[in-house]
Write a protein of this length. Structure first.
Length: 122
């Protein structure tokens, strides 16, 4: 499995790392995903899709906060990935982030995995 880093972006509150693992792009946001940092996640997701990586795995294990803007970034990526024949998988959500998905019902439209390993094994 190829585990080379594809790229990263960073602000004071969010770091996003991207790597390829087999047929999946693994996108790992770390920190706070909100109105001020959403583009730091949107751009790498769009880049992956633009390169033909349509199976996106978002490793949420280091995501400390996600507001509605962050949720909209993920929902937008999901629509684009599905239109290209792929999907967005979420893995390792912390309880505070999982709660946002539960409250909004967004957990029903994503494939959610407890761990990154489970998401990559599918």
């Amino acid at each position: 499995m190829d585990r080379g880093t594809v790229g990263s972006a960073q602000s004071g509150r969010l770091l996003v790392e991207v790597r390829q693992a087999g047929v999946s792009a693994v996108v790992t946001p770390a920190g706070e995903l909100d109105h001020h940092t959403a583009d730091l996640l949107r751009e790498p997701l769009d880049d992956c899709l633009g390169k033909g990586l349509v199976r996106l795995v978002v490793d949420c294990s280091r995501l400390e906060f996600c507001d509605s803007t962050g949720l909209n970034v993920l929902l937008g990526a999901r629509l684009k990935a599905e239109a290209a024949g792929g999907a967005v998988h979420l893995a390792g959500m912390q309880p505070v982030v999982a709660r946002v998905f539960e409250i909004t019902g967004a957990d029903a439209v994503f494939t959610v995995h407890e761990t990154l390993a489970q998401a990559l094994a599918e």
